[in-house]
Write a protein that binds this ligand. Sequence first.
Ligand SMILES: Cc1cc2nc3c(=O)[nH]c(=O)nc-3n(C[C@H](O)[C@H](O)[C@H](O)COP(=O)(O)OP(=O)(O)OC[C@H]3O[C@@H](n4cnc5c(N)ncnc54)[C@H](O)[C@@H]3O)c2cc1C
Length: 496
Amino acid sequence: MKENIGIVGAGICGLSAALALSRHGNEITIYERDLPPPPGNAEKAFFDWPRKGAAQFRHPHAFLGVMCNLLQKKYPSLIEKLWDAGARKISFEDMVPLELRDQYQQEPDDEEMWLLMCRRATMESVLRRHVEEIDNVNILSRHDIVGPTAVLDEKGVRLNGLEVRPNRGPVEVREHDIIVDASGRNSKFPIWFSDLGASISVEEEDAEIVYYTRHYKLNAGEDEPSRTGKDRSAGDLGYIKYGVFPGDNGHFAIILCLPNHETDLREAVKNPALFDKICRSIPGLYPWLEIGKSSPTTSSFGFGNIKAVWRHFVNKSTPVALNYFAIGDAAVRTNPLYGRGCSTGIVHAHLLEEVLHKISNPKERALAFDRVTEEELRPIYQASLQEDRLGKKRASAIFQGKKIDEQRGIKQWLRASFGDALASASRENMHVFRGVMKSFNLMEKPGYFLKDNRIKRTILRYMLRGRKKNSSARYQRGPSRLEMISIVKDEGNKAA
Ligand SMILES: Cc1cc2nc3c(=O)[nH]c(=O)nc-3n(C[C@H](O)[C@H](O)[C@H](O)COP(=O)(O)OP(=O)(O)OC[C@H]3O[C@@H](n4cnc5c(N)ncnc54)[C@H](O)[C@@H]3O)c2cc1C
């Protein structure tokens, strides 16, 4: 049965939902409060597209293997358009660190593990234009959704449309069989449901970090430095995490991620000159910013209030509202440091496609979508949460000047010792590195590779050689926390 579907939000997940759901002949309308991308190329989309509705729009985005592979298999012509816009492919072989190159032999799964490198503006503008060309999809820009319309009776809440404010004018009602909420992290549906007497329970945990970005472009004639050398272009110094995101058309971005309590450094990264100073003091970043290599294209800018959030739309086997499906950040959100949001959101949109295609009963649909969301996304959410908790513990130990290796209790010691052995083994053994990369790229459930006996034996061997030898693999080379604070203070004093 063809359905009339209203999608709220033309971000990555709303557009992906339109891609997936339009394949079954449904009539689709996407409502987006922001303007469409300006005419022109990737530069125009990045520099000139006002994108207030997606505050993270100008932060760099990694697009993981699971997402790239899904798009390639289902929508090859979209991938072609991304190449035309300047996006690049990084194959698994390209990601193999220099020290593991001589162990590398191609395995069948390797081909599916690749990354698409481009700015989010490039991805989103190309995806949007691709969706605009689909006959049964209509994208309405500057259309703000101000609430759902619903029937309330003994069966509960059933959505049957949306209240829309086009171009800041009077509100109109549009009828729909199904509403897809792809309105992102600040979705108003939980408030609207509460007004209708239906409540959504929420799991929420603060990652207690801030995330700072600055964009650069390689100078004419300059090549990208290696990302896989001894000093990696992404890593952790314990009190600061950093990473280079290579983009399209010679652009790249650097992110610095700090715990909330690092007040001196948090102040410093707001200042673009100090942002660069910090980056140049980190060996893995220096080659990208050495004199003459590149030039900044933006100031440094941040993103705070970073939380893992899971919203429950089914309460004790009863859906909160029928004909309503939340996908992407409106439903599940993880720390952007792991670069998973767009990938899980696209997977989520395609899980919705399967459910709607196979099941027609509204209640069964809601329950089935809740079930597959739990099955497919919960392990990823849980793994992200665990990484956040570990990160907070370590950052707090470093801040208090405690030895991070001092763990209370045998269980914690074993866990930390296992983590160190894994980090060390993945640097020196191709099969362990491949397993870690499968998890990273969400090609399988996080940590699934640890079931492999050969990998287990290797990690055990590393554990037996003692923690001291392994623990150095966790952190990259760079200034200590106190050295970094004095670097930024010295620079600040000079400027004063
Ligand atoms: C700093 C940062 C860095 C990140 N880095 C990565 C990364 O490296 N890789 C990755 O995969 N993910 C990353 N993410 C996460 C990623 O940005 C999100 O998971 C993803 O954008 C979610 O897509 P979405 O479509 O659900 O929401 P959004 O992209 O936020 O889109 C929501 C859309 O809905 C529109 N909208 C909202 N309300 C209304 C309304 N009432 N009416 C009409 N329109 C409305 C908005 O204008 C917007 O266009 C990062 C996030 C942050 C904060």
